[in-house]
Design a protein around this ligand. Structure first.
Ligand SMILES: [Zn+2]
Length: 143
């Protein structure tokens, strides 16, 4: 296992073998596909468990991807049916379903700060056994 604690940002340019995941909120209003390279079952893959005030409440288990790794099937983040939430320094916008409340993803809205990167909650992914994922704690509270 890699000692590097900086989360991988998945891109479509990676040489690693990629895997495609179906994801959705609980009520299926928001459905999307995500390509990860490598996939979550790769021995070097891990998910982020962050201690910030919102991740600890919502139980986010995150992977980071370039926006190009996501294909929306139903509605996109700009839809008024997707709720947006910001707090504190207002750098990060969180998205959740207006109907079922599932917390699906977050992204930086501050230019130059993780621009073009989204944090995806892998709890929305279909057919992923959360117990098998390697988790790493990240100190998001101090960001
Ligand atoms: Zn929903």
């Amino acid at each position: 296992m890699s000692e590097n604690r900086t989360p991988t940002v998945h891109t479509l340019m990676s040489n690693a073998e990629s895997k495609k995941y179906q994801a959705s909120c609980h009520c299926q209003l928001i459905r999307y596909n995500v390509t990860l390279s490598p996939g979550l079952d790769d021995p070097d893959s891990w998910v982020v468990e962050c201690n910030c005030s919102i991740c600890s409440r919502n139980g986010y288990l995150n992977v980071y991807v370039q926006t190009e790794c996501i294909e929306f099937e139903t509605i996109g983040l700009e839809s008024e049916l997707v709720e947006k939430y910001r707090f504190g320094k207002q750098r990060v916008q969180h998205y959740f379903c207006s109907r079922c409340g599932s917390s699906i993803m977050a992204e930086s809205i501050e230019p130059g700060f993780y621009e073009g990167v989204k944090a995806l909650n892998v709890r929305m992914f279909k057919d992923v056994d959360l117990k098998t994922l390697q988790r790493r704690e990240v100190d998001g509270r101090s960001l």
